[in-house]
Ligand binder design. Sequence first.
Ligand code: PLP
Length: 453
Amino acid sequence: MLSEQTRRWQELDARHHFHPFTTHKELAEKGARIITRAEGCYVWDSEGHKILDGMAGLWCTQIGHGRERLARIAHDQIRQLDYYNAFFQCATPPAVELAAKLAQLLPPGMDRFHFVNSGSEANDTVIKSVWYYWNLMGKPEKKHFISRTLGYHGVGVGSASLTGMRFMHEPFDLPLPRFHHIGNPYPWIEGRGKDPAAFGLEAARWLEEKILELGPENVAAFVAEPIQGAGGVIIPPETYWPEVQRICRQYDVLLVSDEVICGFGRTGSWWGHETMGFEPDIVSMAKGLSSGYVPIAAVAFGRRVGDVIFAGEKEYAHGVTYAGHPVCAAIALENIRIMEEEGLGTRASGPIGAYFRERLTTLADHPLVGEVRTKGLLACVELCKDKATGELFQPVGKVGLVCRDLCVENGLVMRAIRDGMVLSPPLIVTEEQIDEIVTKARTSLDQTLAAIG
Ligand code: PLP
C-alpha cells in the first residue's frame, strides 16, 4: 500500500508531467517511482526503498550523489554572482576558469570551449560549427554528416538527426537531409561469428564506403561515441578506431568524438578517445562535467577548427542564454577538483575496473546470459534465448524490461537496452557495492527466467 504522499505525487505526475522517452498510457497505469533522496551510490524513493544506482543517474553522477562541497560551491557562487551572460564581450570567472581547466585535461591543442546546457545542445553546436567551419574554409558543399544507426547524440532537430535510432526519427519526420547512418562495430550482433580484428576493420570501412558514395567533397564530419552508450554499450574491436581515423584523414572529413557518456573517467581515462586510441578534431561533453548536479555541457575544439573559428572576422552567431552559467561552471570546476583529488579520472582502469569485470563476468554462466562485456565502469550483460547459439528473444526488448523491473524491485538500477542489461555506476563505487550489484543482478536474472517460463 503506497503512502498518501506518494499517491498524490503520482497523480499529479500522471496529470501534468510529460516525461522523456515514455509511453504515457503505460506510465499512468503503473505510476511513476518518485525519487526523493540520494547519497553516494544510492537513491531512495518516496516509499523509503533504498536502491543502488547502477546507472549513476543517467550515466552522469561520476562523484556519487549528495556531495556537500558542491552544495557549498553553489551557495557561495549564487551569493557572489548568481548569473551573468557571455554575450556582449563579457565573461565570468567560473566560465573562464572552467575552460582553462578543461584545456589542461584534454590533449594539447584541444583548448577552446563553447558552453551549453545539455548534450543535445552540444551536438547541435557541433553541427552548426562544422558547417560554419566549412563555409569559412570556402568549401560550402562539404555539409553531409555520417554517424551510426545505434549512435545516440541527443534530441534536438540536428542532434536527433545525428542519432541513428529509427524509432526516434519516424514520429518526428527526421532525419534532416544531409544526415546519413552506417552500421555499428557491434560484435555481439553485427559481427556474429567473425574474427574481432577483421570485423573492426570491416565496420570502419563502412565509413569509407559511405564517404565514397556521397563524394568526399560533400562529407563534413563523422560523429561517433568512442563506446556507444545508449546504443547498448557497444565496445568496438581494437582495430576499429585507428582505421576510422585513417579514413577521416584520407578524405578530409572531421572526426567528432561524442564524449557525453565516455568523458570524465567512465572508460578508465579522462576521455573515451584516449581509451580507444584516436585523436578527434572536436569533442562534445556533458553529464560527468558536473556529475549531473546541474545542467552544463561543452564542445571542445582542436586547433584545426578552433583556430579558424577564433580567427573569423564574421560573428559566430550562435550561443544560449546560459552559456557558461557561473553557478554551473563553478560546480563543474569543483566536480573536476574532486575527481582529481580522488583519482576518479582514471580509477576505472585500475583495480576497481578489474574487479567490476571479474565479478560481472561470473554472471556469464547464467542460462539467460549470452555475453558480458565491460570497459572501465561501463558494462552490458546481453540476455538471449539460447546461450549456445546466441539466438535472441522475440520481440527483442521484452525480456530486458522484465529484468529491469525486477532489478529495481530488488534494489538495483540496471537499464535495459533491447535485451542488454546495462550498468554505469558512479566512479566511486566500492568492491562491496559491486558485490551487491552482482548478487542483485543474479537474483533478478533468476526471477526473470522464472517469470518468462
Ligand atoms: N550524446 C550522448 C552520447 C548521450 O548519451 C546523450 C544522452 O544520453 C546525449 C548526447 C544527449 O545529452 P542530453 O540528454 O544532455 O541532451
